[in-house]
Design a protein around this ligand. Structure first.
Ligand SMILES: Nc1ncnc2c1ncn2[C@@H]1O[C@H](COP(=O)(O)OP(=O)(O)OP(=O)(O)O)[C@@H](O)[C@H]1O
Ligand SMILES: [Mg+2]
Length: 265
């Protein structure tokens, strides 16, 4: 089982797009994936063919011990747990519970989605530091930060590489932080230069790069994944390569957990 938390220091970098498509790719690689939306925008659901007037989500009954009750199956091996449409009062209550209880509060609520060696939760978060992200950073087996290939992201990079973090917790062997550089445009010199710089300076923490590709936005408009809408596109190849890397690093860990004591070696 594995918990993956996707975050970013700034907004609009492609977190939700990557979470939706990585979820499809990892389900295709045999994981039982639950995508959990931690952003009040409730936008992850827009990538899937859910009824537009379905207000379902976990945020309205956050104190419940199992958030899987809000899950909607969206494809074989893939389900979505939307944030839901809630009032300000309920949103503040959820943030309060997360801030106060942290990992102790969140862990059991994700627990039912994390039973079995091939169970995976991928968490989509709001940009910047939040109570949800602090709790996720204490629990996640893999933390992914998404950056754009622009000058602002470049300015943030040394901080991430040197400190191993953007937000609450430093990177560790147990809970590593890896980067995805999104929206690379090889026709733009700045984008090319930044991609080269990141490859050079952050190779050890670079999980992968994703090309700028209109097919990703078009797929959302069709409520399809990039693998259904444009399976041969550059973005589909890039995201599948990242999914394979995630599968290798976390699959190895799941397999290791299954080896009984004294048998290994
Ligand atoms: N590789 C890409 N190529 C082209 N467009 C992309 C790419 N990745 C994301 N986009 C587009 O960028 C926009 C922002 O993406 P998305 O909503 O996934 O970002 P986000 O980080 O989740 O935003 P927020 O911080 O508001 O949650 C969307 O219009 C999406 O289609
Ligand atoms: Mg988003």
């Amino acid at each position: 089982m594995a918990l993956v938390a996707v975050s970013s220091p700034k907004g609009g970098v492609g977190k939700t797009t990557l979470v939706a498509n990585l979820g499809v790719a990892l389900a295709g690689l045999g994981w039982q994936v639950s995508l959990v939306d931690f952003d009040v925008q409730n936008a992850l659901r827009l990538h899937f063919d859910l009824p537009i007037d379905d207000p379902a989500g976990y945020a309205g009954h956050a104190a419940e011990t199992d958030w899987a009750i809000a899950a909607r199956p969206v494809a074989p091996g893939l389900r979505l747990v939307p944030y839901g449409q809630v009032e300000q009062r309920q949103r503040l209550r959820l943030d309060g519970l997360l801030a106060e209880g942290g990992a102790k509060f969140l862990g059991p609520r994700l627990g039912a989605m994390l039973t079995g060696p091939r169970a995976m939760v991928i968490a989509d978060t709001a940009p910047g530091p939040t109570p949800a992200l602090a709790a996720l950073e204490d629990l996640a087996d893999l933390r992914i930060a998404v950056l754009l290939s622009d000058a602002t992201s470049l300015a943030l990079l040394p901080q991430a590489v040197a400190a191993g973090r953007f937000f609450h917790r430093p990177s560790s062997a147990e809970r590593p932080l890896q980067l995805i550089l999104n929206q690379i445009n090889v026709k733009r010199r700045l984008s090319r230069d930044i991609a080269a710089f990141v490859h050079q300076r952050a190779e050890g923490v670079l999980l992968g790069t994703v090309r700028q590709d209109e097919a990703l936005a078009e797929a959302v408009a069709q409520q399809d994944s990039i693998f259904g809408y444009a399976p041969h596109s550059g973005a589909a190849q890039d995201i599948m390569a990242i999914a394979r890397r995630v599968d290798q690093s976390l699959g190895g860990r799941a397999a290791a957990v299954r080896v009984p004591h004294g048998v290994a070696g």
